[in-house]
Design a protein around this ligand. Structure first.
Ligand SMILES: *[C@@H]1O[C@H](CO)[C@@H](O)[C@H](O)[C@H]1NC(C)=O
Ligand SMILES: *[C@@H]1O[C@H](CO)[C@@H](O)[C@H](O)[C@H]1NC(C)=O
Ligand SMILES: *[C@@H]1O[C@H](CO)[C@@H](O)[C@H](O)[C@H]1NC(C)=O
Ligand SMILES: *[C@@H]1O[C@H](CO)[C@@H](O)[C@H](O)[C@H]1NC(C)=O
Ligand SMILES: *[C@@H]1O[C@H](CO)[C@@H](O)[C@H](O)[C@H]1NC(C)=O
Length: 475
């Protein structure tokens, strides 16, 4: 007994430690009640179509009335209409979702036959099934590939009333034993509905969830991991789908040297879906490209507009640094801009900034095309980042707001870096950033299911994450 207790205790502790050690997501998709209601509406029309296709098998039996045996059969039954006027989806905290349908009704047409020793009759009938209610639980989980799963549980179905109306010769015969027929038909139809409901969930909803792009390839270097970190937690207000939200190097993945912060999405039920994009996602991007040596760019004279005063040649620069034109008269120059460390994005309420440290190495291009180093500058910058959502992608735009320079090393003797202010400001804000912005305008895909479009998008920088809110359109 004591051993069992100890084992149970150890196991609970392990679970508890496991839970507190759980990795924060880098990306959260929050579905609100409004979003679930929209999904329910879309789902109801699919379910209605599926239920209308139910095949009701022929149905026969016999009964005795005043020592006379009657055999009856009902056949060629066709569902003329299957209406689901009222439905509701509710969040069941820590469990999942519950779909309840009430007041549904069915209209069925068919043929009847009654046969006995003394008389027989046949004709048509129409059947009204009323007060049909269906209740089904939806359990949410995640599979080995990190995609969301949904499975039906506890389906129940109840019909409160079946009304049969018969026509044809001796139709009163049916009325004589309609009670037993009503009951049998009710049982029959009740038994057909839950299998169709659970089958629709497995064959229509589950495949849709499986379209979540768990790996979104960005370019030849990087991809985003959008796999689920675990089964989606459900509270009374919302359903959160927690994704890893991490850039990784396609060729060789290494864990980033920092972890995702806790995201606390506000309880704002105004829109259908909210996306919380952690600064972790952006910072893993910086880490991946930096480690792959991809944050490096060159500026050459042909990139500088004709009308800009400072050209990348030693005559032009020689006006600012006279030593330069003396040592290397009339030669072209080239700049290499790189970041010695991965740039970090800071997300605060109200604004997004990144303050990358950049290095500019200047070279002169010798007549035999080799590069001779001239000087190395250290730049501390502040760049404002504007983000928006365009066709389901996060797009960005950078704008330089501050730059400070330091001369780290010179091969042409000492000079005051202040003389380079205008030129360097121009190169960064008018040549480098537009190039980066062109890449950022292509954007990064949000993890959306197939056929989902976002409307009414709002964006709100919050502490450590960007909050996007939107309404959804399916189709
Ligand atoms: C250079 O010319 C372009 C138009 O061709 C103009 O937009 C830009 O402001 C000019 N730049 C300078 C520094 O005069
Ligand atoms: C250097 O740039 C100036 C404009 O600032 C231009 O007049 C000159 O021809 C250029 N020299 C070379 C070698 O390209
Ligand atoms: C960004 O927002 C913070 C907090 O509101 C503020 O302190 C800071 O000055 C802002 N930075 C810029 C560049 O606007
Ligand atoms: C290019 O010219 C420079 C200076 O004249 C010389 O030091 C260097 O060795 C030359 N490089 C090649 C590859 O010829
Ligand atoms: C470059 O600037 C950063 C930030 O000001 C500083 O931490 C770093 O030491 C500087 N590097 C050199 C080589 O001066």
């Amino acid at each position: 007994m004591e051993l069992v207790c100890r084992l149970t205790l150890a196991f609970s502790l392990a679970l508890f430690v496991g839970a507190t050690n759980a990795v924060n997501p880098g990306f959260v998709v929050r579905l609100t009640q409004k979003g679930l209601d929209y999904a329910r509406q879309e789902g109801m029309s699919v379910l209605q179509q599926e239920l209308s296709k139910i095949h009701l098998p022929d149905f026969s039996g016999s009964t005795k009335k005043q020592h006379i045996k009657f055999k009856y059969s009902f056949n060629s039954m066709v569902i003329r209409s299957f209406q689901l006027p009222t439905s509701q989806i509710s969040l069941v905290p820590n469990v999942g979702l519950k779909l309840s349908i009430s007041g549904a009704f069915i209209q069925v047409d068919g043929k009847w036959k009654v046969h006995s020793k003394i008389l027989s009759g046949k004709g048509n009938f129409d059947l009204k099934v009323e007060g049909l209610s269906i209740s089904v639980g939806l359990q949410l989980g995640s599979d080995a590939s990190g995609r969301p799963t949904i499975s039906p549980s506890d389906c129940s179905c109840h019909i409160s009333d079946v009304k049969i109306h018969v026509s044809g010769k001796f139709s009163w015969l049916v009325d004589v034993f309609h009670k037993s027929i009503d009951n049998a038909l009710r049982k029959d139809i009740e038994g057909k509905i839950c299998p169709v409901v659970t089958q629709s969930i497995s064959s229509k909803l589950q495949p849709l969830l499986q379209t979540l792009p768990v790996t979104a390839k960005i370019d030849s270097v990087a991809a985003i991991d959008y796999s689920l970190t675990g089964p989606p937690p459900v509270t009374a207000q919302s359903l959160d789908v927690q994704l890893k939200g991490e850039f990784f190097n396609i060729a060789h993945r290494t864990p980033p040297p920092f972890s995702p912060p806790t995201l606390s999405l506000p309880a704002d039920p105004g829109l259908m879906v909210y996306f919380g994009v952690s600064d972790y996602l952006f910072n893993t991007a910086g880490f991946v490209y930096q480690s792959a040596g991809k944050i490096e760019s060159y500026i050459t004279d042909d990139m500088i507009p004709k009308n800009f005063s400072v050209h990348l040649n030693t005559s032009s620069f020689g006006i600012l640094i006279p030593m330069l034109s003396k040592m290397y008269p009339n030669m072209l120059m080239k700049l290499k801009i790189s970041t010695p460390s991965a740039p970090f994005l800071t997300i605060e309420p109200g604004n997004l900034t990144t303050s990358p440290i950049m290095e500019i190495q200047a070279y002169v291009i010798l007549p035999n095309s080799t590069l001779a180093p001239l000087f190395l500058l250290n730049l501390t910058t502040t760049i404002m980042v504007k983000v928006s959502v365009n066709s389901g992608r996060i797009v960005g735009d950078l704008e330089l707001s501050r730059i400070e320079m330091e001369l780290v090393h010179s091969d042409i003797g000492p000079f005051s870096v202040g003389v380079l202010n205008t030129a360097v400001n121009y190169y960064i804000s008018s040549i480098l950033l537009p190039e980066v912005n062109e890449i950022l305008q292509r954007g990064y895909p949000l993890p959306l299911l197939d056929h989902i479009q976002l409307t009414d998008v709002i964006i709100k920088p919050s502490e450590h994450f960007l909050l996007f809110g939107a309404n959804v359109q399916y189709g």
